[in-house]
Write a protein that binds this ligand. Structure first.
Ligand SMILES: [Zn+2]
Length: 299
């Protein structure tokens, strides 16, 4: 991609200094204190509280990027990322990470300018950059969930270490692959603004048997909407040779069948929540080819 360096979006909310240096990707539960195997009341309360904060239901149904979280958690390092175990402190970063922040800033602004033209009354979303864990109106976000969008606060949450995962573990390198990830999450924001997201959630509640199928349709639409932005970017001449292929490779890399296979699980189409690799590529391609949100009629 041909992108403009040195800018920082006003819609960026940088929380990386909170929890800086902790790269384990897991919350530390307090050890049961007290003697003779008894939990102290305080640790019990903390553990119960944590269960409800990070419990299995807390973050279900969010507009994440891939199904069921990433296999094996987020045992990843940023390029030259911190190695200490500091709960908070001054932000330690690297030139590579600084450049990534400028890049996501550029994509965020470019995509939102595109949507402001395409969608009357478009309201800008914020992008929260965090490390390991952070609070959202939808519950606690964790790095191993991958990037996600929370309609409750209209923010996209990204732990930048995901981009290392995308490149090395998912085999999808390239700046347009990274841009697609963010554009997909902004697609969920568009679905929220148009009322599509609320309509799908209602349908899922009234017909739980169709919940996964509806989720797949909504995710494929977000892929297509990401492509709509890609089409606009191509028209303005900021895509380079190979960019579209990078995006399609990334969409294929995070298909439910691929992720289930990577996690060593049997591939079960009925449990898909985001769509197969082939479907994700097909819908991203549909947006890229047409540039028309109306073509994203997976729902
Ligand atoms: Zn999604």
């Amino acid at each position: 991609m041909r992108w403009e360096r040195g800018r920082r979006s006003r819609n960026l909310e940088d929380r990386r200094a909170q929890g800086a240096g902790r790269r384990t990707g897991r919350l530390r539960l307090p050890l049961p204190a007290g003697r003779g195997g008894k939990l102290s009341l305080t640790s019990l309360l903390i553990m119960v509280g944590l269960y409800f904060l990070i419990g299995p239901e807390a973050l279900q149904g969010l507009g994440g990027l891939g199904g069921g979280g990433l296999p094996g958690g987020a045992q990843v390092g940023l390029p030259g990322g911190g190695s200490g175990d500091v709960a908070s402190g001054p932000l330690r970063t690297t030139p590579a990470e600084d450049e990534l922040v400028e890049f996501v800033s550029f994509v965020l602004d470019d995509a939102q300018q595109t949507w402001a033209r395409l969608l009357p009354g478009y309201r800008e979303a914020k992008l929260v950059l965090y490390r390991d864990t952070t609070r959202s109106a939808c519950g606690v976000g964790q790095a191993q969930m991958g990037p996600f969008y929370c309609p409750g606060d209209e923010k996209v949450y990204v732990d930048l270490s995901f981009y290392g995962e995308l490149r090395s573990r998912f085999g999808a390198p390239g700046d347009f692959a990274q841009a697609y990830v963010l554009a997909h999450e902004l697609g969920h924001h568009v679905q929220h603004l148009t009322g599509t997201e609320a309509r799908v959630r209602r349908a899922q509640r009234s017909s739980p048997g169709d919940a996964n199928e509806l989720s797949v349709a909504m995710e494929l639409q977000a892929d297509c909407l990401a492509g709509v932005w890609g089409h606009a970017a191509a028209q303005r001449g900021i895509l380079e040779r190979g960019d579209v292929e990078e995006g399609l490779r990334a969409a294929g890399a995070i298909g439910d069948d691929r992720i289930q296979g990577m996690a060593g699980r049997a591939v079960q189409p009925e449990s898909f929540t985001h769509g197969s690799s082939a479907q994700r590529q097909q819908w991203l391609g549909r947006g890229l080819d047409s540039g028309d949100p109306a073509a994203c009629d997976s729902l």
